[in-house]
Design a protein around this ligand. Structure first.
Ligand code: HEM
Length: 478
């Protein structure tokens, strides 16, 4: 009552809840976008809610995106928001288990392994993995049929990322015991882990065992590479790239930290690409005309006989790239970007001050689905991107509502912005474009009777389509 009568104008409005500790946990956890949009209607772009005792202040809209992504290092910390979830999975000494300046150096090291030269080599490797998986899969026997994407795509993105970024040893190991280890480690990336990361659940014990065993596996590869290097051999993959790096303070990156960075790359890319690939295929299956146009584009760019896919030519497949961009608009895999507040922060253009110890939360998916910025925002329409050019940071894009700067104050930021911006964006685009192009070269797509684009399921950490995500297919070349 006190709070109602003597409302403190420096505090953002508090979302109503019945139970003090639980607050809005269930509503937010089950349907984050419905929750955000309802609260936005009631309170505006800035409001506070309780999530299991934590005070979360959502900052929505392009200005909210800017506020969260552009937070100064002295004001906000990503590691204090994420570390309890990521460190048991990635391992110590990397990403959010180190001060921000070390993360920035590690990101730079990892980026050296993500060059145009490597992407060129990756395209045929990805094609090979997709074709091989389809050939072996029990779901693609005969000239036509149906297939549950929820069973197929996780393996598809894992194999393609493993064969490219991780190297042949890791891909081969996935046909053996490494697959089970990956699964156990992966099971450590759930909301339960987010809330109780160190609790000795059997799943957490399996996660820790998998982390240690996988790290050893990578460290053995590093050892072999060092021996090979002594003999003058040369490799050019990510492990090779990370092996001989030195921090600015003169410390060498240890073999263990190479292993942990490799695990971090695998995990960061797997869920995001898997969710995006599944949504892409679900949306094009819903518009058979679009599949036809995508196939026609392949023939236009690569010739009637469909020459092998090549990195340089993929950029010419405009519709293909617009389909990816539109999918990431409606289904950005990460719906919540969090930072812990370290010193009181004044929210731009408001009277609000967020105290230290609270969390701020950005949700660029809310602005990407707001009709203020995108006409008919819930429609899957890749053609809305026609004429929008490349997405380089700083570029101005006309979303149909005047020019909006692409910096951190953009309504469309599926890869984040600022110091924590994704380093995997180009790799993800190569992976997604190659998988999609290979897929439309092989199949016409649609839905079995009674099926359609499933609803998103937010109960894992990533916005995934509800299982089993059935589609129907007809082989072009049976
Ligand atoms: C950071 C999205 C794929 C590695 C991020 C962030 C977002 C994002 C939104 C910012 C997080 C924050 O500010 O808190 C995506 C999407 C992907 C994707 C939508 C695919 C469709 C990948 C891949 C890799 C990767 C393939 C690795 C090869 C990273 C890393 C960071 C990051 C290392 C930096 C974390 C930091 O600095 O705090 N990603 N990502 N991502 N991502 Fe990605």
């Amino acid at each position: 009552l006190n709070q109602l009568l003597f409302k403190d104008p420096t505090k953002p409005p508090m979302v109503f809840h019945y139970f003090p500790f639980f607050g809005s946990t269930i509503r937010y956890g089950m349907e984050p976008y419905v929750f955000f949009q309802d609260c936005q209607k009631k309170h505006g772009d800035v409001f506070t809610y309780i999530m299991l005792g934590r005070k979360m202040t959502a900052c929505l809209g392009p200005k909210g995106n800017d506020f969260v992504f552009n937070g100064k290092l002295s004001d906000v910390s990503a590691e204090e928001a994420y570390s309890h979830l990521t460190t048991p999975v990635f391992g110590e000494g990397v990403v959010y288990d180190v001060p921000n300046n070390i993360l920035m150096e590690q990101k730079k090291f990892m980026k050296f392994g993500l060059t145009v030269e490597t992407f060129k080599a990756y395209v045929p490797l990805i094609v090979e993995q997709v074709e091989d998986l389809v050939k072996r899969s029990k779901y693609f026997k005969g000239p036509r049929g149906t297939a549950p994407l929820s069973n197929i795509i996780p393996e598809l993105t894992l194999f393609t990322a493993a064969r490219t970024l991780q190297g042949k040893e890791i891909r081969d190991a996935l046909d053996g015991s490494f697959a089970g280890l990956f699964h156990d480690l992966d099971s450590g990336f759930t909301p339960t882990n987010f809330l109780f990361p160190w609790f000795p659940f059997p799943a957490n014990k399996r996660r820790d065992h998998a982390q240690r065993t996988m790290a050893k596996f990578y460290m053995n590869i590093v050892k072999k590479r060092r021996a090979a290097a002594a003999d003058g051999a040369e490799h050019s993959d990510m492990i090779w790239n990370l092996m001989d790096r030195t921090y600015k303070d003169g410390r060498k990156v240890s073999d263990r930290h190479v292993a942990h960075m490799m695990i971090a790359l695998l995990m960061a890319g797997q869920h995001t690409s898997m969710a995006t690939t599944t949504w892409i295929l679900l949306h094009i299956a819903d518009q058979p005309e679009l599949v036809k146009e995508l196939f026609a584009e392949q023939q236009r760019v690569f010739g009637k006989d469909l020459a092998p896919l090549a990195y340089e030519k993929l950029a010419e497949c405009t519709l293909l790239n617009h389909v990816i961009r539109e999918t990431l608009r409606i289904h950005p895999p990460l719906h919540s970007i969090m930072r812990k507040v370290k010193s009181p922060m004044h929210v731009t253009d408001t009277n609000f001050v967020i105290p230290a110890g609270h969390y701020i939360l950005g949700a660029p998916g809310v602005s990407a689905m707001d009709e203020k910025y995108f006409k008919n925002p819930l429609a899957f329409d890749p053609f809305r991107w026609v004429g929008q050019g490349a997405e380089d940071e700083g570029e101005k894009i006309d979303f149909g509502f005047g020019m909006i700067s692409k910096g951190t104050a953009s309504p469309y930021l599926p890869f984040g912005a600022g110091r924590h911006r994704c380093i995997g964006e180009q790799f993800a685009n190569v992976q997604l474009a190659t998988i999609l192009a290979t897929w439309v070269r092989m199949f016409e797509l649609g839905y079995p009777e009674g099926c359609g684009v499933p609803k998103p399921d937010y109960t894992s950490m990533i916005a995934l389509p509800a299982q089993p995500s059935m589609i129907s297919w007809i082989k072009r070349d049976p």
